[in-house]
Design a protein around this ligand. Structure first.
Ligand code: AHM
Ligand code: MG
Length: 334
């Protein structure tokens, strides 16, 4: 039997490599794991509790319908974090403005950005959904954190990860030293190390994109998708098409098997659909540490300087060779 490593033991072992560490960062990661357990529990019984499925009747800052579980997940993350003294400010995909720490609580040195429940349009159909998070150091002068802390380049992330609520619940994260996956064992209430040091294959055989948008795509994007569908044994084409429409699930599969996910800009939405700070950057951090790449078609995602916390970006992410090849098509070089 392989050794059983809980997420707590894994984080503690990593912390020991930094003798000056205060433990705050490790504790922040446990807090995220705790929030993941609570959200996972509700997601798993969503179909049973009428109050938990369906829409709230309101729309969020992006004009999208808010599901009840979206709202619940958003609140659970905020409430698990607001009083711990580890964070100075947060920002969530579901809230227009940054989320301050209440005055009655102390502030810490970290910044948390999160998408509480990504792919939530899939909830009522029992399709995998996920939570995405990203952690930065505080850079602003004041004690309590500010908008500028949430507008750092992806390159400045010190950790990122996601939780996928699927056939099992998994937490995948990276603090700069490998990408590690933990599977939740509900019988003992622990996340156990199941995927150590994940590496994405240099080239995959899967493409994931919403081809229903193809009429609006640029010529380069159209040519690339035609290319991956052509028959050519030498380059392992045609690729398989796999699109769930739930970014965490599409990304997770491609991370393990190799492949490329595209949500390009098009003539209807030049910046695509996905959010730079809550979706693209954290997954870019993970994929690069796993040996892959993430681009907006022209530049590295983590080099983009954000102007607003809800900024959108085109996203091409996955196996290194596939992302480079897609960039060549998008830029008209192929
Ligand atoms: P959300 O954050 O509102 O859930 O939207 C993001 C989701 C991603 O999970 C998914 O990859 C994409 O939107 C699917 O979009 P589309 O339905 O246009 O293909
Ligand atoms: Mg999202």
């Amino acid at each position: 039997m392989a050794k059983l490593v809980t997420i707590e033991r894994h984080i503690m072992a990593k912390q020991k490599q930094f003798p000056s560490a205060t433990g705050d960062f490790s504790a922040l990661l446990y807090d995220i794991a705790f929030a993941a357990k609570v959200i996972g529990r509700e997601v798993n019984k969503a179909g049973l509790i009428e109050d938990m499925i369906g829409k709230t009747g309101s729309t969020n800052v992006h004009g999208e319908e808010v599901k009840k579980l979206d709202e619940f997940a958003d609140l659970i993350i905020y409430k698990s974090m607001d009083h711990t003294g580890r964070l100075c400010v947060m920002a969530s995909e579901e809230n227009e403005d940054v989320l301050h720490i209440p005055e009655k609580y102390e502030c810490g040195h970290y910044v948390l950005l999160y998408d509480p429940l990504d792919g939530s349009s899939n909830i009522d159909a029992n399709v995998s959904i996920g939570t995405i998070f990203s952690i930065y150091h505080k850079t602003s002068e004041g004690e309590r954190g500010a908008l500028e802390d949430c507008l750092q380049n992806g390159d400045k992330q010190i950790a990122a990860g996601y939780i996928i609520y699927g056939s099992s619940t998994m937490l995948v994260f990276c603090t700069g030293r490998g990408v590690h996956g933990f599977t939740y064992d509900p019988t003992v209430g622990e996340f156990l190390l199941s995927h150590e040091n994940i590496k994405i294959p240099k080239r995959g055989k899967i493409y994931s994109t919403n081809e229903g948008n193809s009429a609006h795509w640029s010529e380069g994007t159209k040519k690339y998708i035609e290319y991956v569908k052509q028959i050519d044994a030498a380059t392992n084409r045609p690729y398989s098409g796999r699109y769930i429409g739930s970014l965490v699930a599409d990304f997770h599969r491609n991370l393990l098997y190799g492949g490329v996910y595209l949500y390009p800009g098009d003539n209807k939405s030049p910046n695509g659909k996905l959010r730079l700070q809550y979706e693209a950057n954290p997954l870019a951090f993970l994929v690069e540490h796993a040996g892959g790449a993430a681009s907006d078609g022209y530049q590295r995602i983590m080099d983009i300087k954000p102007d607003s916390i809800h900024q959108r970006t085109p996203l091409v992410i996955g196996s290194l060779d596939d992302v480079k090849e897609a960039e060549d098509f998008i830029q008209g070089k192929k």
